[in-house]
Design a protein around this ligand. Structure first.
Ligand code: TYM
Length: 327
C-alpha cells in the first residue's frame, strides 16, 4: 500500500479545474492507498485573506472533499494548521532550499508579477509544500500540471536531506492525469482555469447554480471553425471543452470526437453542460447534506489527530538527525 498526499488551498471558490485535475483522482486513489487530503490554510495566507472568508472557505473545501466521495474512515481529511508539525518541517526545509530554486518557480513568477509588494511567504511556499508531502513520506502526489515544478523541488529537497543526514525521506512521484491536468479558462484557451480570475465567466465553480453553469458553458469561447476535433495547438478552446467532456462522461477523447462528428458547437455545448451537471449536481447535494449534518468538525478533528501522530514520528527523527537537543 502506497501513501498518497495532496492539498487544496481554501483561497476562493473551487473550480471544475480543481476537481478534474486533482480531486477526482483523490477519490480514485483512496481505495488502494493510505491517503492524506488537506485543506492547506497555511498556504492560503501567503496572500491576504479575510479571516471570516478563510474560515468559511476552509470548511467548504473540507466538505467538498467528502462530497466528492472521499471516505474519511479510510482517508485522513484535515486542515493543515491543525497539524502544526507541517510548519516546523516547512521551516527546516526552507533552510535547505536555495534562493535560486525558489526564484525559478513559475507559480511565484505568475503570482508576484506586477505586484508592488510581495510577501516572503509566497516566495518560500514551495518548501512548506515539500514539508506537507515529506512529513508523511508520501509515495504519490496527485496534482494538476501547474504543481509539477513544486513536486520536482520536493524531490530535490528530499534527496538533499537524505544526502546530508542519511537516507530517510521517500522520494515522491507526481500523479498527473493524462487528460484534464490543465483545464483552461472558458474565455481564453491559453490561460489556466483559476478561482482567482476576476471574470467569473472564465471558470465553473463547483458550487455554481446549475443555471449559471449552463449559461457559462453556452457562452464559452470556441473558434471560427465548426468541427469538434481535439487539436490543442490549433483549437485550444474546443480541445479544452472536449477534455472537460471526456472527464465528466468517462469517454476517451477519440470517442468524444466520434460522438460529435458532423455536429455544431451549439449541440456539443448543450451536451457538455449536461455532462458537467451530471457530476456537479449530485456533488452539490452531498455538499449541502454534509454542511447541514454538523459532522464535519468531528471528522476533521479525528483525522488531524491521526495525521499528527504520523507527522510527529517523522519530525522526531528529523530533529534527531539534524542535531536538535531532545526535550
Ligand atoms: P491549488 O489549491 O492551486 O489547486 C489544487 C489542485 O487543483 C489543481 N488545479 C488544476 N488542475 C487542472 N486544471 C486546472 N485549471 C487547475 N487548477 C488547479 C492543482 O494542480 C492542484 O493539484 N500548492 C498547491 C496546494 C498544496 C499541495 C500540497 C498539493 C499545498 N501543499 C502538497 C499537493 C501536495 C496549490 O496551490 O494547489
Amino acid at each position: 500500500m502506497k501513501t498518497v498526499l495532496s492539498g487544496i488551498q481554501p483561497s476562493g471558490q473551487l473550480t471544475l479545474g480543481n476537481y478534474i485535475g486533482a480531486m477526482k483522482n483523490f477519490v480514485a486513489l483512496q481505495h488502494e492507498h493510505q491517503c492524506y487530503f488537506m485543506v492547506v490554510d497555511l498556504h492560503a495566507i501567503t496572500v491576504q485573506q479575510e479571516p471570516a472568508k478563510l474560515r468559511e472557505q476552509s470548511e467548504a473545501v473540507a466538505a467538498l472533499y467528502l462530497a466528492a466521495g472521499i471516505d474519511p474512515v479510510k482517508s485522513s481529511v484535515f486542515i493543515q494548521s491543525h497539524v502544526p508539525q507541517h510548519a516546523e518541517l516547512g521551516w527546516i526545509l526552507t533552510t535547505l532550499t536555495n534562493m535560486g530554486e525558489l526564484e525559478r518557480m513559475t507559480q511565484f513568477k505568475d503570482k508576484s508579477e506586477g505586484k508592488e509588494s510581495v510577501g516572503a511567504g509566497l516566495f518560500v511556499y514551495p518548501a512548506l509544500m515539500a514539508a506537507d508531502i515529506l512529513i508523511y513520506n508520501a509515495d504519490l502526489v496527485p496534482v494538476g500540471e501547474d504543481q509539477k515544478q513544486h513536486l520536482e523541488l520536493t524531490r530535490d529537497l528530499a534527496g538533499r536531506f537524505n544526502h546530508r543526514f542519511g537516507e530517510f525521506f521517500t522520494i515522491p512521484e507526481p500523479y498527473i492525469p493524462e487528460v484534464g491536468a490543465r483545464i483552461m479558462s472558458l474565455d481564453d484557451g491559453s490561460k489556466k482555469m483559476s478561482k482567482s480570475n476576476p471574470n467569473p465567466g472564465s471558470y465553473i465553480a463547483l458550487l455554481d447554480e446549475p443555471s449559471v453553469i449552463r449559461k457559462k458553458i453556452s457562452r464559452a469561447t470556441t473558434d471560427s471553425g465548426s468541427d469538434v476535433r481535439y487539436d490543442p495547438a490549433n483549437k485550444p478552446e474546443v480541445s479544452n471543452l472536449m477534455s472537460i467532456y471526456s472527464q465528466c462522461s468517462g469517454l476517451s477523447l477519440s470517442e468524444v470526437e466520434r460522438r460529435f462528428e458532423g455536429q455544431m458547437y451549439g449541440a456539443f455545448k448543450k451536451e457538455l453542460a449536461e455532462a458537467v451537471l451530471s457530476v456537479i449536481e449530485p456533488l452539490q447535494q452531498r455538499y449541502r447534506d454534509i454542511r447541514e449534518s454538523g459532522e464535519l468538525t468531528r471528522v476533521l478533528s479525528q483525522s488531524a489527530e491521526r495525521a499528527q501522530e504520523a507527522a510527529e514520528r517523522t519530525l522526531t527523527e528529523v530533529r534527531h538527525r539534524m542535531g536538535f537537543l531532545p526535550r
